[in-house]
Design a protein around this ligand. Structure first.
Ligand code: ADP
Length: 490
């Protein structure tokens, strides 16, 4: 089915650098495909070293004027960007669905979610206060002021093509930073459309520069930014191995870093939980975007007293999920992003079955729909050593483990290098505080499966990285504190 947009000029195949829409040096391009069918949607620039340098040159040149632009004016530009994103919610939702595969309703939902960060940081831009510090000696005045760090580099993943870009670029622009960004190779089209709308909102030339690149050239682009001392901060969402590499490689230029890396979220259902609420929470947190989010529950622990009842209720809902292409309004689960993703899901299921797990529902590919579809699945009798309990499956598979003891299940939940999200359901107030404080993760859902919000700090601990996005803390990531001391005033 052809991709039809109300504004066809939002389907872009050029990169915004220094206010010009350019091809890659040498004219290289790569294909962006529909994960549902493999059909080519567009061919975008395959950027490399030359483009990466041009982007930093532009961002560096634009920084002094953008930094000097009053916060209120930057806020007004961001508010216009927010309005334009919402005005084009349908087109952007279609682009997201087509290149990423999430159902159209979820694509539109992501646009609203992305816009909420732009609006939030438009408001925060005018509130980047400092402090007046009481001087310990006479004749001095002491202040702490916040300043933008400078040029920032943003590297984003494919699972939220709009929200990941918005969550990084909006606070950077609010703070007075300028940006070079490389969107994920699977989903560059949404970010190009967002950049076009940013330009229309009044973001000046050179303030926001994008370089699209294929998987093969991603490192060439990012290596330039890692080595360039003019890039003062790197913000990355993606896998832990790539995050570690970026942290090591930015050591020479001592960049400020935020790394939002992989998770392995536990979801614990205690014996006193409201089971219907727990099932509803799991459905929303596990099966959103086909299970392809870094906060998706990856290990589900259910108390033995309620295990069978919980699994029955869960299976009834999972088996009823409609799987199909994002373009079909009835679809609730779309295709996985690519063949690599489906192979990993299949490997996890195979490994679990070989080690004693059982399929309660689902468990296989859906070849009649196309190569990248997998049935929504519930596994039971899952144990700690299985691959699906150690690594993020990133697919519509819910592996359930039975438990009997609170302290033991909390220890097992924490028995992972990762620490992004965790969830639990209970009605016991004392247990709520005990467990919430004991869980080792940056986000904790207590009787709640949908955590993310622009007003809340999002980010992990341990191997899930550091730094926070959203909330008032999200702005601080793009600023440093300067201490001003004036003497001789007595
Ligand atoms: P995933 O496996 O979900 O694609 P990645 O961490 O590999 O997660 O990718 C996230 C982002 O990091 C993408 O924009 C990708 O192009 C980029 N990326 C992947 N490998 C590298 C690398 N070696 N150097 C810099 N960026 C990379």
């Amino acid at each position: 089915m052809p991709l039809t947009l109300r504004r066809s000029d939002l389907l872009l195949s050029a990169n915004p650098i220094a206010g010009q829409w350019c091809g890659a040096a040498g004219g290289r391009r790569f294909d962006v495909t529909d994960p549902a069918s493999g059909a080519v949607i567009a061919r975008v620039p395959d950027g490399g070293l030359v483009d990466a340098i041009a982007a930093v040159d532009a961002a560096h040149a634009a920084f002094p004027a953008w930094r000097a632009t009053p916060a209120k004016q930057r806020a007004q530009i961001l508010k216009r960007w927010n309005d334009l994103i919402l005005a084009h919610q349908d087109d952007l939702g279609r682009l997201i669905s087509r290149e990423q595969g999430k159902p159209l309703a979820e694509g539109r939902g992501e646009v609203a979610y992305a816009a909420s960060y732009v609006e939030w940081f438009a408001e925060e831009a005018t509130r980047a206060y400092g402090d007046v510090i009481p001087a310990p000696v006479a004749g001095r005045r002491m202040l702490a002021v916040r300043e933008p760090v400078g040029v920032i580099a943003a590297i984003t993943p494919w699972n939220f093509p709009a929200a990941m870009i918005a969550r990084k670029i909006a606070p950077a622009l609010a703070a007075g930073c300028t940006v070079v960004a490389k969107p994920a190779e699977d989903t560059p089209l949404t970010s190009l459309a967002l950049a076009r709308l940013a330009e229309e909102a009044g973001v000046p030339a050179g303030v926001l520069n994008l370089v699209t690149a294929s998987r093969e050239r991603a490192a060439e682009v990012v290596d330039v930014w890692l080595a360039d001392a003019r890039v003062r901060k790197l913000t990355f969402t993606g896998s832990t191995p790539v995050g570690r590499h970026l942290a090591r490689a930015s050591a020479d230029t001592l960049k400020k870093l935020s790394l939002e890396l992989g998770g392995n979220a536990p979801f614990i259902v205690f014996e006193d939980a409201d089971l219907d609420a727990a099932v509803a929470g799991l459905m929303v947190s596990k099966f959103r975007n086909g299970g392809q989010t870094c906060v998706c529950p990856n290990r589900i622990y259910v108390h033995e007293a309620v295990h069978d009842a919980f699994v029955d209720k869960l299976c009834a809902q999972v088996a009823a999920l409609q799987v199909g292409p994002a373009s079909d309004p009835a679809s609730q689960i779309g295709p996985m992003i690519n063949a690599r993703a489906v192979e990993k899901i299949e490997r996890h299921v195979r490994d679990a079955l070989a080690r004693g797990a059982r399929i309660a529902t689902g468990g296989a590919r859906l070849p009649q729909l196309g190569g990248n579809y997998f049935q929504p699945t519930v596994l039971t009798d899952v144990t700690a050593g299985m691959e699906c309990a150690c690594e993020e499956t990133f697919g519509p598979v819910a592996p359930v483990t039975r438990f009997s003891d609170e302290a033991a299940v909390v220890a097992e939940a924490n028995g992972t290098p990762y620490g992004l999200a965790s969830y639990f359901y209970t009605r016991d107030a004392r247990r709520i505080w005990r467990v919430a404080e004991a869980l080792e993760s940056g986000l904790v859902g207590i009787n709640e499966g949908a955590l993310a919000a622009e007003a809340a700090p999002f980010g992990g601990i341990k191997a899930s990285g550091y730094g926070r996005e959203g909330s008032r803390y999200g702005l601080e990531e793009y600023m440093h504190i300067k201490y001003l001391c004036q003497g001789g005033l007595d």
